[in-house]
Design a binder for this molecule. Structure first.
Ligand code: UD1
Length: 420
């Protein structure tokens, strides 16, 4: 088990290149199941979750090669419909194979990954949507099991704009008979990325990126080559790293429009931001002002940047009031920040922080990917050396994190945790 040792005090300055989005590439890999033949994905991030998803696809019969930032998936004519443990248990996003398997094979048996530290992640909306398309869906012995004689287009209204449900239903509906309309669909840039790839495979989709997505089913899809959209969460992490350390960071590879809400909060906190089509620069030359925020589905403030923004709130000038609307358990991260001297309290899905001039280094534990990144940012503005344990969480979502931090002037070392 690795840990990161983060020395406080550096002002981060320089340029970082951000790779493709974790939350996109794992679904794009699943989409490759929809078409027999060779799918090529470029701009793929070197994160731990990617080979895990490759294992899930191999379990279904695909051949997968990962070379640099290119993932090549050969999907056979005959696919298995069973995605089982152990590959699936290590990766929540593996549930994204459900929609493609239902679309292509009309049957699926997908093991349910265990609970997640950020809160409950039920699949009721995925299952209800597939039922409306004509499938029978059950949970049996730790698996979600679906079967259908045929899938027929339907009107589906989601209770909440779930990213995962929108993606699964979008992929299944591409090969359903007739027209499917998903209302209250998620509008995240990763949905648009998936729709762009599916369209280049021959799917007929309109409205991706809006609340109403319409899919006209087609008989079959053909494989394609697709470039993964830049990772807005990683880009946002660097934006907040610049602000928290009173630094100056230029981020390449991310569309700033995908980060409109978090960048707007940084401007209110006192940052100067300049940007182009796929880059932006954040300069902060003062102590950040406290800013309130509420997490919401896109285009609202992303829940994935909440721990990163809380690290900033912990050292901002003034009081911040934060509301978490997407994953209820995410404030667990604040216990670790409090261990570093943050003045914070929670009440249900609200948190209240009084910013401190500086934090106090401490041993802390990453509980998920974004909490881990938030702790690294907090360590950058703590006195002394902060040891972030369970750094494997960070490796699941941040390629070359330590290398990039060092290139920006931070003192961060990866080391093996001492034996207990
Ligand atoms: C994805 C992202 C995750 C991000 C989240 C919200 C991936 C791999 N993960 O997760 O990083 O934080 O979007 O932007 O892309 N829900 C239900 N029933 C369902 C489905 C969801 O109640 O059937 C609830 C969830 O418990 C949660 C909320 O809906 O409270 C949002 O979940 P969802 O948008 O589905 O998130 P994921 O797709 O799991």
């Amino acid at each position: 088990m690795d840990q990161f040792v983060v020395s406080g005090g550096a002002r981060l300055r320089g340029v970082v290149q951000v790779a493709g989005a974790k939350n996109s590439v794992l679904k794009l890999m699943a989409a490759a199941l929809l078409a027999e033949g060779t799918t090529v994905l470029t701009n793929c991030p070197a994160i731990e979750d990617l080979p895990l998803m490759a294992d899930v696809l191999r379990g279904l019969g695909c051949t997968v090669a990962i070379e640099g930032d290119v993932v090549t998936i050969d999907t056979p004519a005959e696919l298995s419909h069973v995605a089982d443990f152990p590959a699936v248990s290590r990766l929540r996003a593996s549930v994204a194979v459900l929609g493609p398997l239902m679309g292509r094979l009309r049957q699926a048996r997908v093991a349910l990954p265990g609970g997640d530290a950020i809160g409950n992640r039920p699949l009721d909306m995925h299952q209800n949507g597939l039922r409306l398309l004509g499938a029978t869906m059950t949970i049996e012995h730790g698996h979600v099991v679906g079967s259908a004689s045929e899938l027929r287009g339907a009107q589906i209204e989601l209770e909440f704009p779930s990213v995962g449900a929108t993606e699964n239903l979008l992929m299944a509906a591409c090969l359903a008979r007739g027209v499917t309309v998903i209302e209250n669909a998620a509008r995240e840039p990763e949905i648009v990325d998936l729709a762009v790839m599916l369209t280049s495979m021959g799917a007929r989709i309109t409205g991706a990126g809006t609340s109403t997505v319409t899919i006209e089913g087609v008989r079959g899809l053909t494989p394609t080559t697709h470039r993964t959209v830049g990772d807005r969460v990683v880009g946002g992490t660097w934006a907040y790293a610049a602000a928290i350390t009173r630094g100056d960071i230029t981020v390449h590879g991310v569309n700033p429009a995908h980060l409109a809400a978090p960048l707007e909060r940084l401007v209110r906190a006192g940052a100067r931001i300049t940007s182009g089509e796929d880059w932006f620069t954040v300069v902060m030359d003062r102590r950040p002002r406290a800013v309130d925020f509420i997490t919401l589905p896109f285009p609202g403030f992303p829940t994935d940047l909440q721990p990163i923004a809380l690290a900033l709130a912990a050292v901002a000038d003034g009081h911040s009031f934060v509301t978490e609307n997407v994953f209820e358990a995410r404030f667990k991260f604040l216990d670790e920040l409090v261990r570093m001297g943050a003045d914070a309290r929670t009440d249900g899905h609200h948190a209240s922080l009084n910013g401190r001039e500086t934090l106090s280094s401490a041993p802390v534990w990453a509980t998920d990917i974004r909490a881990g990144a938030g702790l690294v940012l907090a360590g950058l503005v703590a006195d002394g050396d902060t040891v972030v344990n369970d750094a494997w969480h960070i490796d699941r979502g941040y390629p070359r994190f330590v290398e990039d931090l060092v290139s920006l002037g931070a003192t961060v070392v990866r080391r093996a945790a001492p034996e207990r």
